[in-house]
Design a protein around this ligand. Structure first.
Ligand SMILES: [Ca+2]
Ligand SMILES: [Ca+2]
Ligand SMILES: [Ca+2]
Length: 383
């Protein structure tokens, strides 16, 4: 269509005078022009169907050398569009020798796929469309997992690309709780040919989704979507939850907080708490926070209460998954309470309180529990 030419007076042999051309700010998904990086020849790679309303198009060409640091300059090429508006679909009858030049291989360089975890495997994820008329079998295909900026890993045994159909398959069942997103890079290298990459030009970044990709590469993001395959788990992990309440406690007294964790995502991890088997109607629970409070007066004769807490995900819905913890509440008379003053900041004491109580329990062969932990004010005399 047009050949542009830039002159660099430096020595060609060390790269300082070697000029390479590229096109700036082109829609990376639907390029309509390409430029031969060596001789500056601009050719079209798509029809102008979507530019019927335009009389001309601007193409910004960058000429850069391979010196270190690289120098570059830009020129704007004005392309006048002539003739009738294109309305009929044109058939792709590009002749092979022409097509063999730098035509982009992929119709799109960026894809996203959603797949539900616990899938059957193998599972077809996406067929990658390549430019019409290209035969996928003339390429050597490679597939890597891009882990972070620099590191790539072989995509096997998780993914496989069928080179005949350019279709991506998952070879295993995904677990979103282990890994929720994969970033894959597909590369197509021509067989039986010298690689056409004469030099790696770093193009200006126009879209970070295709950042770092060569023209013969595309990126696929595989997002693993959540299935509700975990029930809430209580922090007490199968152990009964023990609370101690003084007999003098009145309405609203904080008994304990139960807490469960759910490894799933979103609604599948939204927990609601509920009390079960609590006929005394003495205890109430905040369904969101799991905070249990006294909602009645403790009778004089009762020493211990036992009930269950049920944690249900999906906001407590009928189809949610749930688990149950047992709670025991001991009612202690004022006379049976002992005040212990421990040296150290309350925060430090709190961190070691379980070990401290265990030692005490073993020492006196009785069950010792903490009712209240508060900063000590005053000297070491009995309060
Ligand atoms: Ca899972
Ligand atoms: Ca769940
Ligand atoms: Ca899950």
């Amino acid at each position: 269509m047009k050949q542009v030419n830039a002159i660099d007076k430096d020595y060609v042999g060390n790269g300082n005078g070697l000029v390479l051309y590229s096109i700036l700010h082109q829609d990376i998904h639907n390029p309509i022009f390409q430029i031969d990086s060596r001789d500056g020849t601009i050719t079209t790679v798509a029809s102008f169907r979507s530019y019927n309303d335009y009389e001309h198009l601007n193409v910004t060409v960058v000429a850069s050398d391979l010196g270190s640091p690289a120098h570059s300059s830009t020129a704007v090429v004005l392309i006048n569009l002539q003739g009738q508006a294109v309305t009929e679909p044109t058939t792709d009858d590009i002749d092979p020798p022409n097509e063999q030049r730098n035509v982009s291989i992929f119709q799109h360089q960026y894809h996203e796929v959603q797949v539900l975890e616990n899938n059957i495997a193998p599972l077809q994820l996406i067929k990658i469309n390549i430019t019409n008329g290209l035969n996928p079998e003339v390429f050597r295909w490679s597939l890597v997992i891009e882990e972070n900026d620099e590191e790539n890993f072989d995509a096997q045994p998780v993914f496989e690309l069928d080179p005949k159909t350019t279709t991506l398959f998952a070879l295993k069942s995904f677990d979103r709780e282990l890994k929720s997103r994969y970033q894959l890079r597909v590369r197509a290298d021509r067989l039986n040919r010298e690689p056409r990459n004469y030099a790696r030009i770093s193009y200006p970044v126009t879209d970070e989704r295709v950042d770092g990709l060569d023209p013969n590469e595309c990126r696929i993001i595989v997002n693993i979507q959540d299935e509700n395959d975990n029930e809430p788990r209580f922090k007490s992990a199968g152990q009964a939850i023990i609370a101690v309440v003084p007999r003098t406690a009145t309405f609203g007294y904080p008994v304990t907080i139960v807490m469960a964790f759910d490894a799933d995502d979103g609604l599948n991890a939204e927990i609601r708490y509920r009390l079960l088997n609590e006929p005394s109607r003495l205890f109430g629970i905040d369904e969101l926070t799991g905070k249990i409070r006294l909602i009645g007066i403790i009778p004089m004769d009762q020493r211990v209460y036992g009930f269950d807490v049920k944690a249900t995900d999906r906001g407590g819905a009928d189809d949610g998954r749930s688990s149950i913890a047992n709670v025991f509440v001991y009612i202690i008379d004022e006379a049976r309470q002992v005040r212990i003053v421990v040296a150290g900041k309350p925060v430090e004491v709190e961190q070691r309180i379980d070990a401290l109580m265990q030692v005490l329990s073993e020492a006196i062969q009785m069950d010792v529990r903490v009712r209240l932990l508060e900063p000590h004010v005053g000297g070491l005399e009995p309060a």
